[in-house]
Design a protein around this ligand. Structure first.
Ligand code: CP
Length: 387
């Protein structure tokens, strides 16, 4: 069982200002990933199917929109995303993912400041980060500025009335009244889905516990597509903390939309959760599972390396046992294909040596930059911008 499920996660002091208050504020969250159900006891312990609450009340469900689009022979239009929540990558179809990646491609000159737009002038985006972040928070902020929107920035729970005991539900109701879209990172799985229940504005999940990080996944797909020219047909190897790493959980959900070979490399105690592997097998994928990177590195087109998520270990002694297990360096790359790309959601600790930073294989800084055009695309799409 994962640390956050016990509510015992060792959280950063910035975030965990008052554990008792915090748990009270979020105590309505329990998730059950294997069934895709989220339980909200505050509303009478009602089980709500995720698929019923993916879309804004302004829009029919994505599947219905897609059927309509196909029926009238229309190509996908990013304006269909207006008002939509993005809580999980599973909220999107493959066509919708590709539509957002195409829009992100068009955002690149704006993301680099080579072109200017004010398409979201007058819009206000609340950036609620109840867990530490550099890339996601700042790239959302940069994306908003590049589109002409304004940002309400909350980067510490201690700076909000949650520290006084306000529930997440009430916090979301308030923030919703002050903005046009909510971007939220939270240490608890299910928090973003809960926020969609209390916000009329679109909610974008910027990472919830060990569960999901859909905007990271979009930028990961964008990076793979741009670096390799395709996603289908690739052999993609995920390395490191596959148990607690939300980026790899979301990425696997997305890669199931493509024809890829997957390999999972992790210490036995940090392997991909059984429910995710079972889901893959049920959908016809046969992931290779090993703890030996040397055995599989030569076959990989993409090496997606992750940090061991120290903050999610219930027992620090368990972290010490696995810290530093894998390290990709120039020597390791000698065994790999010459055109392998090395990705990492960052931050890294010591799992990628700086000696490969300057090689053509290292794509993690480009990947981090891609957060800006991808998040610009998403904000533009849900807030009705025009590019
Ligand atoms: N990749 C990622 O989510 O980084 P941050 O935690 O810095 O946002």
């Amino acid at each position: 069982m994962r640390a956050h499920e016990h509510g015992q996660a060792e959280m950063d002091e910035d975030v965990m200002v008052d554990k008792a208050r915090f748990e009270l504020a979020t105590s309505s969250l329990r998730t059950k990933r294997s069934t895709g159900l989220i339980y909200l006891p505050t509303s009478g312990d009602t089980a709500i199917d995720n698929r019923d609450i993916n879309s804004s009340s302004l829009q029919p469900p994505a599947s219905v929109q897609l059927l309509i689009a196909h029926a009238i022979g229309a190509t996908m239009d990013y304006r269909q995303f207006i008002g939509r929540n993005v809580v999980s990558i599973k909220d999107l179809t493959k066509d919708e993912v590709e539509c957002l990646l195409d829009l992100a491609e068009r955002m690149i000159p704006y993301a680099k400041g080579e072109k200017r737009t004010k398409t979201l002038d007058g819009k206000i985006i609340a950036n609620l980060f109840f867990e530490p972040s550099t890339r996601t928070r700042l790239s959302f902020e940069s994306a908003a500025h590049r589109l002409g929107a304004q940002i309400l920035d909350v980067s510490q729970m201690s700076a909000t009335s949650i520290a006084k005991g306000e529930t997440l539900a009430d916090t979301i109701r308030m923030v919703d009244a002050y903005c046009d879209a909510i971007v939220m990172r939270h240490p608890y799985e299910g928090a973003a889905r809960l926020a969609t229940k209390y916000a009329k504005s679109p909610v974008i999940n910027a990472g919830d516990g060990a569960a999901s990080h859909p905007t990271q996944t979009l930028l990961d797909l964008f990076t793979i597509r741009n670096c390799k020219g395709k996603i289908d047909g690739l052999n993609i190897t995920l390395v490191g903390d596959l148990k607690y790493g939300r980026t790899v959980h979301s990425l696997v959900d997305a890669l199931m939309m493509y024809d890829v070979k997957l390999t999972f490399v992790a210490p036995d105690s940090l392997q991909m959760p059984a429910d995710i592997v079972e889901n893959l097998r049920n959908h016809g994928y046969d992931p290779r599972i090993t703890s030996d990177l040397g055995e599989v590195i030569k076959d990989s087109d993409v090496l997606y390396v992750t940090r061991i998520q120290k903050e999610r270990f219930p027992d620090p002694a368990e972290y010490k046992k696995v810290a530093g297990t894998y390290r990709i360096d120039k020597l390791a790359l000698l065994e790999a294909k010459s055109d392998v790309i090395v990705m990492h959601p960052l931050p890294r600790v010591d799992e990628i040596s700086t000696d490969i930073d300057g090689t053509p294989n290292a794509k993690y800084f480009e990947q981090a930059f891609n957060g800006i055009p991808v998040r610009m695309a998403l904000l533009c799409a849900v807030l009705g911008g025009e590019i």
